[in-house]
Every structure is written in structure tokens, then in C-alpha cells.
Design a binder for this molecule. Structure first.
Ligand code: C2E
Ligand code: MG
Ligand code: MG
Length: 689
């Protein structure tokens, strides 16, 4: 045995060092060596390189064997340390060995040196290997314990020997409960026998299996895990252990499910979204084809929902949508599909329909779900849907086209106003195109100054005096001519263009009012119509007051008209807004009275000045007894509420007499004059007086 040897000699005598080295050479070593004889040099030598062995003299002028040994320990190096010395006495030798020297050799017995070095090198190697093994074990134990993967180690018969903390955390079994058991304690019962058979076949053949498994916690809860099982073999190649490592997939699965849900359900109402609606619709389409049935696709849109959102806030809007969703679901049959595509757009598929009357009944059911008010923001809110419908397979067999047609039908229904529904027919396509071109033309109409105001006089029935005038909007549409409000007000409303247009109306009315005053007439109150959307606009009150201020108009000379149905949609809100307007000095009229439904208690509390009887009740006076009775009652009731009454649409002298006899205060209608331009009205005024 020999080889290269790196020797650090701690020796003051060069001669003695040479003797030692010669002895080693004789032993067949290839040497690299260094001699040191002070602590500083020894420290430097230890730091400079690795040494296989240290041969150390005991007595030196500036150093000693025991000091050298301490220094070695201080730098924490495990290098065999052999003391070579003259006679030092047995006691000292034993003391040195106890302090950690590995051997002691007399200088006059150097023949023993090589054998001693051989032995020490061997032992040092064993020591190092053991050290490494211990470190490895410590590391493995650390990994085992701190792993976030649950780990169990079994013997060759699959009996559990060890489990780690993650195993305990995930399964709920303590170490004591698990050790000695078989992994079968975790089985959920969700897998077949074949599943486990296949698993074990793979482990036996390949020493390995990996896959998703449903297991059961101690609590009984079943959970998914990703499991890896490996077989561990001993030196003889026989399986000694199995190691199972698993991660809990519950969280991941939950997240996956949540994502799935988000992909297919509307987050606010939990109704299916468009993607899921499409999917389910496809299935009902297949069923309908097979059974020769029909499917109706309905598109519901909540009239004036945007107003609710704007005035009462999005939270209230959201609550409303959730209530609407619940009502819709509760009034359809289980096999029907209710979905929300976004905003206030709901879609319903009525499936397995046999005939048209069945469709009619179902749609009526849906609409009836809105007859009760909704409760949100501590108030009752009435909201009505417009519904557009289309039939599969009669109108189309294509989903996207059906949705488009339902949309076209919806717009047709909206143009009807109120709660109404329309089913698609081919001519609606043209109407929709019309609507679109009208809309884009309306968008330009303000800049192009195409709007006009016409005025219709109002006269006191007893004195015949002109008491006011109503401003009515007209649209002088390029290439078309004069367009009446019925044809475009709903589009202005739907597109919210009514807000800027309404501002223009007020400004123009103030200006025209001054024109008449400048011509020498007594200041004449002007009535201005406010549509529902305008009325709900947050900026309305500010807009009115600043417009009047700019025009220098007295609020007493402006009467604001809102329709009965608009006032009753959200009575609390109406009350607040009307109060503010009233406090500013405006007169307030309730328009088209009798066409909506009114709650008398509200009517009493609204700060109203004028009630306008709708012209539909006036038209057949005095011949129609029902209308006569209604008008009579309205007048009596209005007077009791201290309201001024004006009858609209008075066309004939007989109507004038009836109204005068029944105590109506004022009238307005073709009988006096049709709505006319500002200039024509001036002429009319001068002639009338
Ligand atoms: P309204 O406020 O009830 O206005 C009265 C309507 O009755 C006017 O129709 C008027 O021309 C018509 N009318 C007056 N006297 C008679 C009559 O003797 N016989 C018949 N058959 N009709 C008569 P118009 O101008 O077509 O306005 C229709 C509706 O459009 C108005 O009903 C009002 O609700 C709305 N509107 C008009 N101008 C404006 C406006 O500036 N803003 C808003 N938001 N709505 C307006
Ligand atoms: Mg009016
Ligand atoms: Mg009216």
C-alpha cells in the first residue's frame, strides 16, 4: 500500500524532518510536504491546502505538540495527527492521545511509522464516510418531515411504517393511527377493484405508478389527490419498501370548478350566461327536432333599467337584477332555460312547445311576474319588461340568427312602449334598418339644428283667457320633412339623446317666451314635457335651474309636465325631485292623466299644480257615458286635491260645453288651435285677443 501523501511536518529540527521523510519514502510514498515550527506557519499551511496527515514533534522552542493539536481542533479539521517525539514519558503520551492525537511514535522507532500512517488514513476515510452518511440521513429526515407532499413509507407487505407531517395534515390520521395499517384505510370507495389491480400491476412491473386518486380523510371527506407510488429494492433486488407521495388536489379542483362556473354562469345572478344558454339550447333544439316540437327564444329587456342604475346606484340596480332573475326562474317550467347575457338583457328559451297558444300563455306568465313591485333601496319599484320572441324552427334553425331576430322583435316591442311583447316577423328587419338610420340621423339633428318647437295654446273655460301654452317638439328631418314626436321620442329615450335634446327644448322655450313678451304680450306660462328618462337624469334639476338663469326666465312661468305613468314608476323618487322643482318655483303638471294607474295617496303628497285629463277620455265626450263619468270624477277629485284641471284634445264645441258644465278649469286642443311655430303663434295670439 502506498501512493501520494501530503504531509505537514510540525518540527523544529530539519534533520529530524529529513529522517522522517526518508522513512516515508522507503515505505513507497510519493511525498509532498511542508515543515513548520510556529503556530502562525502551521495555521497558514492548514489554510493553504489539504493535508493527509500531520506528523508533529512534541517539544519545540516556539511551539509544542499539544498547542499544535489545539490549533488543529480550533480550525475544525479532521486530519490524522501523529506525535513523533523523543522520550516524553507515558503520562504525557496518554494525555496527548486523550486530547485527540491519533498515535504516538518514538523518534528512535520510526520503523512503525508507515504502518501507523496506513491505519490512520484508513480510519480517517471511515470517519469521513460516516460523517457524510449522517449528514445525508439528517437531510433526508428533514426533507421527509418538511415536504408539503404527504409521504408514507410501507414495508414490502404494504404495511405503513412511517408517515410525515403533511400526511397527518392532509389525511387527518395521526402517526400512531396510521403506522401498522394498510393504505387501504384511505380508500374512498370511488374506484373499482380493477383500478387498484391495474395500479399494483404497474408497480410490480415498473416499480412505479402515478395518477389521480379519490381518497377519504379520517373525517370521512372524500378528496382528490395526485399520487406517486415507488417500490424501493434492497441490494438483492427484492422490494423492501413502498413509498407513496401525494398532493391534495382539493384546492386546485375547487379553483377549476370555480373557473368552470365563472365561464358558464353570470356572476351576479348565477343564471347561465350566453355560452351555457347556447349549449343547453342546442340540446333542446335536438329534442324539438326529434319530437316535432318548437322552441321559443325570448329576449327580455327591462324598460328604464338604466335610469334605476343611474338614480339609485349600481348596488340597487344589481339587487333588482337578482330579484328579476329569481322571479323569471320561478315562473318558467323546469325544462325552460333562463339566462342573462349581461346588463339588463335576459334570455329565456321555452322548450318542447306544441302550439302557439302554449307560447302565448308562457309569455303572459313571464310578464305577469313583473306585476308586483320589486323592493330595493327601501322602496318599491315597478319595472316592466319589453319582450321580443322568435320561434325555432319556423323563423330560423341557427342559434345566432334566432338571437338576432329576438333582438329585432324586442326593439319592435319597445317602440310600442309599456309592457308589450312582439314575435319576430320578416318585415321587422326593415323596421330595424329604419330604426338604425333614424337613430344616426337623430344624433346629427341637434348640430344641424333640425329640431323645432311648436306651441299649442291653453285657454280658461270660463273667461276664455289664454292661460298658457304647451311646447311640443318637432323634427325637421333632412330629405323627409316634419317628423312628429311619437316617431322619434322613444328613440331619443333609448339612446339617451333625450337629455341634450330636452335641454335644447327648455332653452328654446325660454327664448320664444321672450319673443312674445317683446312683442307686447303679457308673459305667458310655457309647459314643457319631460320624458321618463329625462326625469330620472341626475343632472335634471341643475340643468333646469342653470338654463333658466342663463335665459333670465322666472321659474313661475315654466310648467313641467310629467306623465302619470312616469310619476308612478318610483313614487318616492318622484316625490323628492318634484319637491326640489317646486321649491325652485316651477309649476308642475301631471300629463296624460287616466292612462296609467295612480295611487291616490301619492297623488295627494306630490306637490302638483295641474292635472291634465288625457285626450282619449275627451275624444268621445259628451256621448260616451263611461268617459263622461270618468271625466266628471277626475275633475271632482282634482278639485278636492286643489289641482287645476285641463282637458287635452278638445276638438269640438260640444266637448267645450260638457267640460264647462262639469267645472273643468282649462282646455287645450285643435278646437282652439293646432300646435304652431313660434311666429304663427304670435299671429294667433294677436288675432285671438
Ligand atoms: P302630450 O304631452 O300629451 O301632448 C299633447 C299631444 O296631443 C300633442 O301631440 C298634440 O299635438 C296632441 N293634440 C293636441 N290637441 C289635440 C287634439 O285636439 N286632437 C288630437 N288628436 N291631438 C291633439 P304631439 O305634438 O304629437 O306630441 C305627442 C307626445 O310627444 C306629447 O304628448 C308628449 O308626450 C311628447 N312630446 C312632445 N314634445 C315633447 C318634448 O319636448 N319632450 C318630451 N319629452 N316629450 C315631448
Ligand atoms: Mg304634454
Ligand atoms: Mg298629454
Amino acid at each position: 500500500m502506498s501512493g501520494s501523501l501530503r504531509v505537514l511536518l510540525v518540527e523544529d529540527s530539519e534533520d529530524d524532518a529529513a529522517l522522517t521523510l526518508r522513512q516515508l519514502k522507503k515505505g513507497g510514498y510519493e511525498l509532498s510536504s511542508q515543515r513548520v515550527d510556529t503556530p502562525g506557519d502551521m495555521r497558514a499551511a492548514l489554510e493553504a491546502r489539504d493535508w493527509d496527515i500531520i506528523l508533529c514533534d512534541y517539544n519545540m522552542p516556539e511551539f509544542s505538540g499539544s498547542a499544535a493539536l489545539s490549533l488543529l481542533h480550533a480550525v475544525e479539521r479532521d486530519i490524522p495527527f501523529i506525535v513523533i517525539s523523543g522520550a516524553i514519558g507515558e503520562e504525557t503520551a496518554v494525555e496527548m492521545m486523550r486530547s485527540g492525537a491519533h498515535d504516538y511514535i518514538m523518534k528512535d522507532n520510526l520503523a512503525r511509522l508507515v504502518a501507523a500512517i496506513e491505519r490512520e488514513l484508513r480510519e480517517a476515510k471511515v470517519r469521513r464516510a460516516r460523517c457524510r452518511a449522517e449528514a445525508d440521513l439528517r437531510l433526508a429526515a428533514r426533507v421527509f418531515e418538511s415536504s408539503v407532499e404527504g409521504v408514507m413509507i410501507t414495508d414490502s407487505k404494504a404495511k405503513i411504517l412511517r408517515v410525515n407531517q403533511a400526511f397527518i395534515d392532509i389525511t387527518g390520521y395521526s402517526e400512531e393511527e396510521a403506522v401498522g395499517q394498510r393504505p387501504a384505510i384511505l380508500q374512498s370507495g370511488r374506484h373499482s377493484k380493477d383500478f387498484y389491480k391495474f395500479m399494483w400491476a404497474s408497480i410490480t412491473e415498473r416499480g412505479f405508478w402515478q395518477g389521480e386518486v379519490w381518497n377519504r380523510r379520517k373525517s370521512g371527506e372524500v378528496f382528490p389527490e395526485w399520487l406517486t407510488i415507488s417500490a424501493v429494492c434492497n441490494a438483492a433486488g427484492e422490494v423492501s419498501n413502498y413509498i407513496g407521495g401525494f398532493t391534495d388536489l382539493s384546492r386546485q379542483k375547487e379553483a377549476e370548478n370555480r373557473i368552470q362556473h365563472l365561464m358558464y354562469y353570470d356572476a351576479l345572478t348565477d343564471l347561465p350566461n350566453k355560452a351555457l344558454f347556447h349549449d343547453r339550447f342546442r340540446q333542446s333544439m335536438l329534442r324539438a327536432r326529434r319530437d316535432a316540437r318548437q322552441v321559443a327564444v325570448l329576449h327580455l329587456d327591462l324598460d328604464r333599467f338604466t335610469n334605476i342604475n343611474d338614480t339609485l346606484g349600481h348596488r340597487t340596480g344589481d339587487q333588482m337584477l337578482q330579484q328579476v332573475a329569481r322571479r323569471l326562474v320561478s315562473c318558467v317550467r323546469p325544462r325552460d332555460i333562463v339566462a342573462r347575457f349581461g346588463g339588463d338583457e335576459f334570455h329565456v328559451a321555452l322548450t318542447d312547445l306544441r302550439c302557439g297558444s302554449e307560447v302565448d300563455m308562457q309569455v303572459q306568465n313571464l310578464i305577469a311576474a313583473f306585476s308586483e313591485p320589486f323592493r330595493a333601496a327601501e322602496r318599491e319599484i315597478f319595472i316592466v319588461p319589453s319582450v321580443g320572441g322568435v320561434m325555432f324552427p319556423d323563423d330560423s334553425g341557427d342559434f345566432d340568427e334566432l338571437v338576432k331576430f329576438a333582438d329585432i322583435a324586442l326593439h319592435a316591442a319597445k317602440r310600442q312602449g309599456g309592457t308589450s311583447y312582439e314575435f319576430y316577423n320578416a318585415s321587422m328587419n326593415d323596421d330595424a334598418v329604419d330604426w338604425l338610420s333614424t337613430e344616426s340621423a337623430l344624433r346629427r339633428a341637434l348640430q344641424r339644428e333640425e329640431f323645432r318647437l311648436h306651441y299649442q295654446p291653453q285657454v280658461a273655460l270660463d273667461t276664455g283667457k289664454v292661460i298658457g301654452v304647451e311646447a311640443l317638439l318637432r323634427w325637421q328631418r333632412a330629405d323627409v320633412g316634419m317628423v312628429m314626436p311619437e316617431q322619434f321620442i322613444s328613440i331619443l329615450e333609448e339612446t339617451r339623446l333625450i337629455v341634450p335634446v330636452g335641454e335644447w327644448v327648455l332653452r328654446q322655450a325660454c327664448a320664444d317666451q321672450q319673443t312674445w313678451a317683446a312683442a307686447g304680450f303679457e308673459p305667458l306660462p310655457v309647459s314643457v314635457n319631460l320624458s321618463a328618462r329625462q326625469f330620472r337624469d341626475k343632472g335634471l334639476v341643475d340643468m333646469i335651474s342653470s338654463t333658466l338663469e342663463k335665459g333670465g326666465t322666472n321659474p313661475r312661468l315654466i310648467e313641467l309636465e310629467i306623465t302619470e305613468s312616469c310619476a308612478m314608476e318610483d313614487p318616492e323618487f318622484t316625490m323628492q325631485t318634484l319637491r326640489r322643482c317646486h321649491e325652485m318655483g316651477f309649476r308642475i303638471a301631471i300629463d296624460d292623466f287616466g292612462t296609467g294607474y295612480s295611487s291616490l295617496s301619492y297623488l295627494k303628497r306630490f306637490p302638483l299644480d295641474v292635472l291634465k285629463i288625457d285626450r282619449s277620455f275627451v275624444a268621445d265626450l259628451p256621448g260616451d257615458d263611461d268617459d263622461a263619468a270618468i271625466v266628471d270624477t277626475i275633475i271632482a277629485m282634482a278639485h278636492r286635491l286643489k289641482l287645476n284641471v285641463i282637458a287635452e284634445g278638445v276638438e269640438a264645441e260640444a266637448q267645450v260645453s260638457f267640460l264647462r258644465e262639469h267645472g273643468c278649469d282649462n282646455m287645450q286642443g285643435y278646437h282652439l288651435g293646432r300646435p304652431m311655430s313660434c311666429e304663427d303663434f304670435l299671429v294667433w295670439l294677436s288675432k285671438y285677443h
